[in-house]
Design a protein around this ligand. Sequence first.
Ligand SMILES: [Zn+2]
Length: 227
Amino acid sequence: MQAETITKPAVLILLGPPGAGKGTQARMLEEKFGLVQLSTGDLLRAAVAAGTEAGKAAKAVMEAGGLVSDDIVIAILRDRLAEPDCARGVILDGFPRTTVQAEALDKLLSENCQKVNAAISLDVEDAEMVARIAGRYTCANCGEGYHDQFKQPKVEGVCDRCGGTAFSRRADDNAETVASRLAAYHEQTAPLIDYYQRQGVLKRLNAMGQIDEIARGLEGIVGEAMR
Ligand SMILES: [Zn+2]
């Protein structure tokens, strides 16, 4: 009889700017590998709702209008990682955001002889991202999505789906806002990229291709990291 190897839950970090499709890809990884996506907001809300010690501490800070400290987030994460659904592994989304948080995470994981298996950066071309996002608009009636360059209605000014003639654009989808969002992302993330690069766990993936193409690339990286 062959002995089964007991593997530690995998810890993956997904880095990518808004618009890079992180949410879609994380859901794919959840399904494919039985992983659980943990975003900071969800973690905090769940801990507050469950009324754990750390959750109570977080609630007090949030009610006072403060920012929840790294210590509290780490305590919440410690509780969450111990839950049975995380046995195969987790995808962290939105945490860590700083190298101080990354160090705290490493320390937490080392308590359990775990480590970050891979930090995956979804890389984008800024100029192209700006064009993609800034060109988006939707039918005001049915919500069908369009794009100035990539998906115009068949009849100009008329929605393909419902025949509506009113369209709307999100105020924060203009080129300037998107460009500054990307700049802020790069500034914030560069130290983390360096940090994980030094640890030898940084994986870069071009996130400008087709969704299923990116998914295949991710599957390869995650499959490897979980071995
Ligand atoms: Zn419509």
